[in-house]
Design a binder for this molecule. Structure first.
Ligand SMILES: Nc1ncnc2c1ncn2[C@@H]1O[C@H](COP(=O)(O)OP(=O)(O)OP(=O)(O)O)[C@@H](O)[C@H]1O
Length: 264
């Protein structure tokens, strides 16, 4: 393993006691792919510090693209991304220490065990080898994968791989976690365990999902992205009050209304 670079060292000096102030914000961001321009359009949004935000939107709305830009994996074509820690701006490279991203497709590292892959992810994020080794078993316990710690990562099921991806994020000491469809492919018991984990997770969360059941028990904010623009940004109770206005419609009906008729 190479030793963590100066980037991680500078981020280590971040005052984690003020982590509730840590945020990342987009201003007037446009993004498009070469063959697919206009995916995000003039988008401004700041991750609310200390909150649990669920990111909703139809297929192709731009949720994954938005997360990749927040995580620093993609750079906007126009506009800017700024992260603040304890109220102070930090560099784009230091942002990768503060913001952890779980992609939609978790990739097993050939030849590594589940435990080694999580340890490696922690080390790559800037933890020392001993810190990463100390934290990895706990991260595996949090996603209930400790029984498979010694299994090769490329020999586990799709749902188990997803939980491994989540452990790779939890092992880091990042204060902002971006989770792209973390419950896709999880069985009902694991989805319940995941919800319980999020309810007690003391970090800022942004989670994209197509599963609308129980969002009010986990998340305090809802962002709805439609065709690359934010159509709704508010508290979960504001989201559900729209359901009330619609005669007690459920979350799916509110979702469909935002996507379909543009009346909100
Ligand atoms: N690498 C790429 N090259 C070209 N177009 C892309 C690429 N990745 C995504 N897109 C396109 O960008 C748009 C937004 O995709 P994105 O994956 O961000 O949407 P999403 O809201 O996460 O969708 P889903 O709910 O289906 O995961 C889609 O039209 C998609 O086809």
């Amino acid at each position: 393993m190479r030793s963590p670079g100066s980037d991680s060292e500078s981020a280590r000096h971040v005052d984690e006691s003020s982590a509730s102030w840590n945020t990342v914000a987009l201003r007037d961001v446009d993004y498009g792919y070469r063959r697919n321009p206009g995916v995000l359009r003039d988008l401004s949004w700041a991750v609310p510090p200390g909150s649990r935000t669920v990111l909703l939107g139809p297929n192709g709305a731009g949720k994954s693209t938005l997360m990749k830009i927040l995580a620093g994996v993609l750079d906007p074509v126009q506009g800017s991304v700024a992260a603040t820690v304890g109220g102070r701006g930090i560099s784009g490279r230091a942002r990768r220490k503060v913001v952890a991203w779980m992609p939609q497709d978790v990739v097993p590292v050939p030849g590594l065990t589940v435990l080694e892959q999580v340890t490696y992810a922690g080390w790559l994020s800037g933890l020392t080898t001993s810190e990463a080794s100390r934290r990895a078993p706990h991260a595996l316990e949090q996603v209930r994968l400790n029984d498979l710690a010694q299994r090769r990562a490329d020999q586990i099921s799709g749902g188990q791989l997803r939980r491994l991806g989540l452990a790779e994020v939890l092992v880091r000491d990042s204060s902002v976690l971006l989770l792209d469809e973390p419950t896709a492919g999880l069985d009902p018991a694991q989805r319940l365990a995941f919800r319980q984990l999020l309810q007690t997770c003391p970090r800022t969360l942004v989670v994209s999902t197509h599963q609308l059941d129980d969002i009010d028990t986990v998340f305090d904010r809802v962002v709805m992205l439609v065709a690359g623009r934010i159509r709704f940004d508010g508290t979960t109770s504001e989201f559900f009050s729209i359901a009330g206005e619609r005669g007690g419609a459920d979350a799916e009906a509110v979702f469909a209304a935002f996507v379909g008729d543009g009346s909100h």
